[in-house]
Design a protein around this ligand. Structure first.
Ligand SMILES: [Zn+2]
Length: 426
């Protein structure tokens, strides 16, 4: 029995060491074997053996030599972009986006479609499935395995079962999304709240790469947060943390889709900005945006508001400044609660960041405690409207880098790479 345990321990230690090597190369590359040994504290023989396994399994590749002091030039290593493909999908309130990337998150293929015309949950899910099947076909055509699928949704997600519990802006309840997707794709599937996924994406590939304590704010149709504490996503007891769009900011304020009133989201969202501009125009103000929509106010959108503001229009600039002020007030509250080093914001409102940021900074300066706000950075998402789908890629990659052996085993068995194993029927 003792021997059995020792074998188990060795397998576990090797799994951890493989993960350590992969994670170092994900953070910094290229690196030589000697440098990897220095950085990880593992001895050179162990590193060579681990690297050999990862090379054989195509997770790493050698990319030539670099001078290494006295000895002969060292062979450099990096993550192999051709190790496999990953699919990221976002079901938004009014759109569906699907991307296929290589193992280093470079986008190989993408589709984004308006979904507002689709009638109901089943139609939206069916269309998302079709796009995922297209992505799978493209992934397989590269001759590499499709290693995983991440999906972001605008609502509360039970992480263990991958069930969407409630999406206020879609009015979807208890949808077993992971189970539905697993009928199409037998590999690992991760279903996550959109802002949580985006936070992870910024942490892996974006503005928050070196940050251990930060908050990602997704400002689109709704307003949600992904909260990273000590380098890990904070999910709360049941995975519902981060629903900060539903903090009450105004007693008896405007009704919110969640059933409450005066939520932060009713003051800061795509709809809130559009309403501010429309109201001003309906009250007789003249705005460049009226010309841009040929006086059909139902066509007012955030990109057009930004365009008008860039052209010097004062009504849209005022609307954005007011929105920035409320965004900043909420951020000041979060700074006081969490003392983060960084707040990143993305979603469609990040298109307006040059007009929002001055008001955000002003509100933070006047409303959060000086001790916390002096060192805070507020930045715009590196990936903009792609923040969530890129985050979905990061969810899959994070799982692979944490447990490489499981992925290697499945890959060796060809489980995720063969179209024959997948049900392509509707
Ligand atoms: Zn609400």
């Amino acid at each position: 029995m003792q021997r059995h345990y020792r074998t188990g321990d060795q397998a576990l230690v090797r799994e951890i060491n493989l993960s350590i090597v992969l994670n170092h190369l994900s953070d910094t590359s290229p690196l030589s074997r000697a440098r990897l040994a220095e950085m990880t504290g593992l001895n050179k023989t162990t590193v060579s053996s681990l690297v050999q396994e990862l090379l054989e399994r195509r997770f790493l590749r050698e990319i030539g030599r670099e001078p290494s002091g006295a000895g002969r030039p060292a062979i450099m290593l990096e993550l192999n972009p051709h190790a496999g493909c990953i699919i990221g999908t976002e079901i938004g309130v009014d759109f569906i986006a699907v991307i296929l990337t290589d193992f280093r998150a470079q986008i190989l293929w993408r589709r984004q479609e308006d979904s507002a015309h689709l009638q109901g949950q089943e139609a939206v899910l069916a269309r998302a499935m079709e796009l995922i099947r297209e992505a799978l076909a493209v992934g397989w055509s590269t001759g590499t395995p499709v290693l995983g699928l991440g999906l972001g949704v605008p609502g509360l997600v039970d992480g263990a079962s991958g069930t969407l519990i409630f999406a206020p802006n879609l009015q979807w309840h208890n949808v077993p999304i992971k189970e539905i997707l697993s009928r199409q794709f037998p590999g690992p599937i991760f279903v996550e709240n959109d802002a949580n996924a985006a936070a992870w994406g910024e942490h892996y590939f974006g503005a928050a790469q070196r940050a251990k304590n930060f908050i990602y704010l997704h400002v689109g149709v709704g307003l949600g947060a992904g909260i990273v504490i000590d380098g890990g996503l904070y999910r709360g007891r049941s995975g519902y943390a981060g629903e900060i769009g539903h903090m009450t900011l105004v007693l008896d304020g405007e009704p919110c889709h969640c059933g409450n009133r005066g939520c932060w989201e009713t003051l800061v969202s795509q709809e809130a900005v559009i309403k501010r501009v429309r109201r001003a125009i309906e009250n007789g103000a003249s705005s460049r945006v009226s010309d841009l929509v040929e006086h059909r106010l139902e066509r007012v959108s955030v990109p057009l508001i930004v365009q008008a503001a860039e052209e010097g229009d004062s009504i849209t600039r005022q609307a954005l400044q007011e929105t920035g002020l409320y965004l900043g007030i909420g951020i000041a509250n979060l700074i006081n609660a969490f003392n983060p080093e960084l707040v990143v914001f993305g979603g469609v409102l990040s298109l307006a960041s040059p007009f929002l940021l001055p008001a955000i900074q002003q509100a933070i300066g006047s409303r959060s405690l000086a001790e916390s706000s002096q060192t805070i950075r507020v930045e715009v998402s590196t990936h903009g409207r792609d923040a969530c789908v890129i985050g979905c890629i990061a969810l899959v990659l994070h799982d692979i880098l944490s447990q490489p052996t499981r992925t290697l085993r499945a890959d060796a068995e060809g489980r995720w790479s063969s179209p024959q194993t997948i049900t392509l029927a509707q």
